[in-house]
Design a protein around this ligand. Structure first.
Ligand SMILES: NC(=O)c1ccc[n+]([C@@H]2O[C@H](COP(=O)([O-])OP(=O)(O)OC[C@H]3O[C@@H](n4cnc5c(N)ncnc54)[C@H](O)[C@@H]3O)[C@@H](O)[C@H]2O)c1
Ligand SMILES: O=C(O)[C@H](O)[C@H](O)COP(=O)(O)O
Length: 379
């Protein structure tokens, strides 16, 4: 069995090695010729999986994308061909949620502001939006959720309209899929008119898809409104972000908000489980056996961390400043954008750290750190 896999997908050898012969490819430039004799195709978000790519892949019996987004896959075409497809919903939710929370801690530090007391609006209350909300609520912030789709589906959480969210939120974090049609379409959801509604001093974070914000309108808006601060992980026209916009962002990264080691491993593992199911073979590997030990796996806390101490703790798993600096040095070419993604030093999730100290015994303290995602051990 021939398995074609994106070279940026970790643990493929460990998980799929026993199932067939693996060929690693550059997912962005993958050609139809390369997949013609494939039985299995494992992709990430940079590969367009459509008729043009797989029309002649007559043996193809499974396509998997180790991502939550499926905008790069023609799922209808796969269904017509009867080729089983899976993505990996939720695999990187914790990574994105923690990325957004850490970015807010970084902004608070940079502008010497307390995060406490701020109201955060989450647009899109699915996997990543809910994970971000979990961290923010654990930290004690008021969170407003806007998700008309979930509201219509009867989700029991409280939702507000986008207008209310923009009017009330000090920080807005975007977590929607990119959709071009329908009454809840998200393409340019934040257009010029919507951007002009932002309250003074709003922080706007985009960790979902670049085209959810009209990037040209954002440049013009930001040139007039320096009070608004931007954290941008995704860009219109990737892998070629608009240089003027990069310059206007406080933190800029190349679509790596979901790149925790745990998140990437989970994504590959979910594809492995589904393929085993499709093939009718036993999935005998475990996710936990894949992850290496973390160098800061145990941290002793003398006291409950303050906001800036929490940021220092967070920087043990992920220092956003490093990625921001690297990105500004390499984003100017498509190759630079992709190379940084390819060579990204995986960060860990909060759960890789076990916090130890008797002073954390107070249930509220333990609860807060636990709900943020850290492990805790009372000694
Ligand atoms: N930067 C990254 O590394 C990264 C990582 C993971 C996901 N993503 C992107 O983020 C998106 C969201 O990921 P997720 O795991 O949370 O997906 P999800 O499907 O679990 O959640 C998306 C939510 O958005 C809601 N939604 C749809 N249209 C909306 C609208 N107009 N207004 C408000 N809410 C709306 C949906 O109802 C859903 O609840 C993905 O589709 C992907 O494009 C990016
Ligand atoms: O949709 C997703 O899951 C994310 O955008 C994903 O993390 C993007 O990463 P890529 O697949 O391009 O490596």
């Amino acid at each position: 069995m021939k398995i074609i896999a994106d070279e940026n997908m970790p643990y493929v050898d460990a998980l799929f090695g026993g199932l067939g012969e693996i060929e690693f490819v550059n997912g962005r430039n993958l050609s139809a010729e390369q997949v013609n004799d494939a039985d299995v195709l494992l992709v990430r978000s940079v590969t367009k999986v459509n008729a043009a790519l797989i029309e002649k892949a007559h043996k193809l019996k499974f396509v998997g994308s180790a991502t939550i987004g499926t905008d790069h896959v023609d799922v209808e075409y796969l269904a017509q061909r009867g080729i089983p497809f899976t993505n990996a919903p939720g695999c990187n939710a914790t990574a994105v949620g923690e990325f957004a929370f850490i970015a807010m801690l970084e902004l608070a530090q940079r502008f010497a502001q307390p995060l406490s007391g701020k109201v955060v609006g989450i647009v899109g209350a699915g996997n990543t939006g809910t994970a971000a909300a979990k961290c923010l609520e654990a930290f004690g912030l008021k969170v407003l959720l806007c998700d008309p789709v979930k509201a219509e589906q009867g989700d029991s959480r409280d939702f507000v309209s986008l207008d209310t969210l923009i009017a009330q939120a000090d920080i807005i974090s975007l977590h929607v899929p990119i959709t071009k049609q329908g009454k809840h379409k998200t393409w340019y959801l934040f257009d010029e008119a919507r951007l002009n509604q932002l309250k003074p001093n709003t922080w706007l974070l985009n960790c979902c898809r670049g085209e959810v914000i009209d990037n040209r309108a954002l440049i013009q808006f930001k040139q007039r409104r320096d009070d608004v601060k931007l954290v941008l992980d995704v860009w219109e026209g990737e892998p070629n972000p608009m240089p003027e916009l990069v310059a206007l962002a406080e933190f800029a990264t190349p679509h790596i908000a979901g790149y925790s080691l745990e998140g990437k491993a989970r994504g590959t593992f979910m594809l492995y489980q589904t393929l085993c199911n499709v093939l009718g073979v036993n999935a005998d590997k475990t996710l936990v056996s894949l992850l290496p030990p973390f160098q800061f796996s145990r941290v002793h806390l003398q006291e409950m961390p303050s906001q800036s101490q929490l940021l220092s703790l967070s920087r043990l798993v992920y220092d956003l400043r490093d990625d921001d600096v690297k990105f500004r040095g390499c984003f100017a070419t498509a190759a630079g954008f992709d190379q940084m993604r390819k060579k990204h030093t995986y960060r860990r999730e909060f759960s890789a750290i076990t916090l130890q100290n008797a002073s954390l015994q107070a249930p509220d303290n333990l609860n807060l750190l636990h709900r943020l995602g850290f492990n805790s051990q009372v000694n």
